[in-house]
Ligand binder design. Sequence first.
Ligand code: SOE
Length: 383
Amino acid sequence: MAKKPFRVGMIGYGFMGRAHTNAYKQVGQFFPGEHEVVLKAACARDAAKAQAFADQWGYETIETDWRKLVERPDIDAVDICVPNNLHAEMAVAAARAGKAILCEKPLAMNAAEGRTMVAAVEAAKVPNMVWYNYRRIPAVSLAKKLIDEGRLGKVFHYRAKFLQDWTIKSDLPQGGQGLWRLDAAAAGAGVSGDLLAHCIDTALWFNGRLDSVCAMTEVFVKERPHNLTGKMEAVTIDDACLFFGKFANGSLANFESTRYARGHKAQYTFEINGEDMSIAWDLHDLHRLQIFDYKDEGKIRGWKSVHVTDNSPDHPYMANWWVPGLAIGYDSSFTHQVADFLAGLGSGKPASPTFRDALETQLVLDAILDSAKSQRWKTVEQA
Ligand code: SOE
């Protein structure tokens, strides 16, 4: 049977433009379904850069104006891979043009923008998703399965960290290509929106609503040269962010993110302690899930390290890859996300996180930044 084309218009060509495009190229090979992804157009303001990206990755055409791209009748889906301050305007326009939208995380600069985006996609009834890719690392998806099966029992603690060290140098500039994450005008926030957002997305998915939070943020390097103005400018993003919180299920949250943890490159970890089971995961060892099952027989009870690479339905996504024991990587999480998105188009059951799901993360982020500023506990607003 002929497959339905899913014609993608990609806005942006950086790290995420590559990660998403790689997923579009892989999905039909490893997760064949009723759709065939067509890399229709790559869009960037600089025509030479757009063309170089299109040539390298196989896009048929280019655009230099994103407004033209979202209006093109030969595009079914718009993928937004640009700095956070551009997400809302692009997503609202793409929704009005009737396109499916796949938006890079975080959804928006703040919850107010997020609400506008949710309203736009829901009014237009267009499929939508935010690229919180870590949900689809097989070991993380397996953790979700164990939680949903009720194996942890009552949850007491949820601990998560996302540690990096790439901004320790004080002469590193802020702003512009590659460094917009350090510029609050483009990024909205620092490590909270960039890194903690991943931890919060996973936590809400696993453990339900966060009711209240108490946070602190720090800026270690107060001024950096700005690539766009050429001047020394104040740093207004958060370099580090720590928060405590309380989930609606009564468990306690303890979260930390920083770009100043020397030696850590992208160490996303979580540990959840329940009455019957604890589970832990580390992105640096991404195919392993650590499990302590209190229900195990006493003489063999202990932490076990499950290598989540079995080619069976027990280990999510792995049946579509190699043979048992052979690991896949970071890039595959994006492939799984596209596969689920396309499956959702067919079944009518949208793949998560939708814009509405991602708004929940945005509301937590707003409460965290508000708490850090006011030095008080904050209640997380309801979507
Ligand atoms: C920042 O360095 C970054 O690339 C984030 O923007 C990504 O979301 C994270 O997955 C890895 O780190």
